[in-house]
Design a protein around this ligand. Structure first.
Ligand SMILES: NC(=O)C1=CN([C@@H]2O[C@H](COP(=O)(O)OP(=O)(O)OC[C@H]3O[C@@H](n4cnc5c(N)ncnc54)[C@H](O)[C@@H]3O)[C@@H](O)[C@H]2O)C=CC1
Ligand SMILES: CC(=O)C(=O)O
Length: 328
């Protein structure tokens, strides 16, 4: 009998992936919880400057590991807790106060990234970096320059969350399962974002076709306008009510982590560096993008109406201007 066989089998059957979450606040700790629930990684490491908070979050999460796929949770105010992570998700930084826009956080967040990223890259040089802290598109662009990482290796959560809000509203409007709605929000994760109606579909039916042939008024321009308005303003409403958004972003972030760690080549609207995307360059924003173990692969050239193209360009111009304002 070969004594080595069971141990070897054990080694190979365990997932050894490590997720590091930087910032154990509302978003970071909820994301860690969602990642544990879904068994996204074998080790979940939390890093935060607030030692008492990060240790408490890690302990609380650890007490629940009996009930989730096997995992280990560690938390520390020492950045080396992130060492050799496969994925690093950055959620550290100030959150919006009611009435503040995401862009209002730019100066503070960029300053924070200058402090956090160099030591992070030192301890986890091969990780895929997913930026969540707002304003996420500008932060992603600045972070690429601060870190010196290749554009495929560092990207932002972008409009994955906004697209899930859009899909939820469309599904609710027509009474179908949200999983059967395929629709993306593109551009800024913020006030200039735009729904890509031209490429949206419900099941196999193009959404604009549904608008023509479905129940009267199903998706006429005023309904589309109302839904788009609701998506843009969702975060403001939630922040007004409870001070932060955390559950949906935790799940959206986990979805991106899974796409990376499982090398899914899934199409997700993450925020990445554009280089001649329909003529748009030198800015990070969201378009439907293939995501896998090496991070960002191709950005899909989806069909765009003239209005959608103009909206995307407006987002790009705004985000570039904000980045320039801070010397990037
Ligand atoms: N991209 C997206 O879809 C979303 C982004 N956000 C953004 O995520 C960020 C975090 O939001 P919350 O978790 O609600 O804020 P929070 O205030 O609850 O947590 C932030 C955490 O960052 C920590 N932190 C601050 N400086 C740090 C440093 N130098 N190193 C490590 N940790 C540090 C704080 O101690 C705190 O625990 C905000 O910028 C918010 O706007 C929030 C929701 C969605
Ligand atoms: C806060 C934020 O960026 C969001 O919930 O969309």
């Amino acid at each position: 009998m070969n004594d080595a066989a069971p141990a070897q089998l054990d080694t190979f059957s365990r997932r050894t992936t490590k997720l590091a979450v930087v910032g154990a606040g509302a978003v970071g700790s909820t994301l860690a919880y969602a990642a544990l629930m879904r068994g996204a990684a074998r080790t979940v490491a939390l890093y935060d400057v607030n030692a008492a908070k990060v240790q408490a979050e890690a302990l609380d999460l650890s007490h629940g590991v009996q009930f989730v796929p096997e995992a280990t949770v560690v938390g520390s105010d020492d950045i080396s807790v992130c060492a050799d992570a496969d994925v690093v998700v950055v959620t550290a930084g100030a959150k919006q106060r009611p009435g503040q826009s995401r862009i209002d956080l730019a100066e503070a967040t960029i300053g924070l990234m200058r402090t956090i990223l160099p030591p992070l890259v030192e301890v986890a040089p091969n990780a895929i970096y997913i930026m969540v802290t707002n304003p996420v598109d500008v932060v992603t662009y600045a972070s690429l320059q601060i870190s010196g990482l290749p554009a495929r290796q560092l990207f932002g959560s972008g409009t994955v969350l906004d697209s899930s809000r859009l899909r939820y509203l469309i599904a609710d409007h027509v009474g179908v399962a949200v999983q059967n709605v395929h629709a993306y929000i593109a551009g800024e994760h913020g006030d200039t974002e735009i729904p890509l109606w031209d490429s949206a579909s419900i099941g196999a039916v193009p959404l604009l076709e549904w608008a023509r042939t479905g129940p009267k008024g199903a998706f006429d321009a005023s309904v589309r306008e109302e839904i788009a308005h609701e998506v843009v303003n969702s975060a403001y409403r939630i922040i007004e009510g409870k001070g932060a958004t955390n559950y949906a972003v935790g799940l959206a972030g986990t979805r991106i982590i899974e796409a990376v760690l499982n090398n899914e080549h899934s199409i997700l609207p993450v925020s990445s560096l554009l280089d001649d995307y329909f003529g748009i360059s030198d800015v990070c924003l969201s378009v439907p993008t293939i995501v896998g173990r090496r991070g960002v692969y191709d950005q899909l050239q989806v069909p765009l109406s003239d209005a959608e193209y103009d909206g995307l360009k407006r987002s790009a111009d705004k985000l570039r201007a904000v980045a320039r304002q801070f010397g990037f």
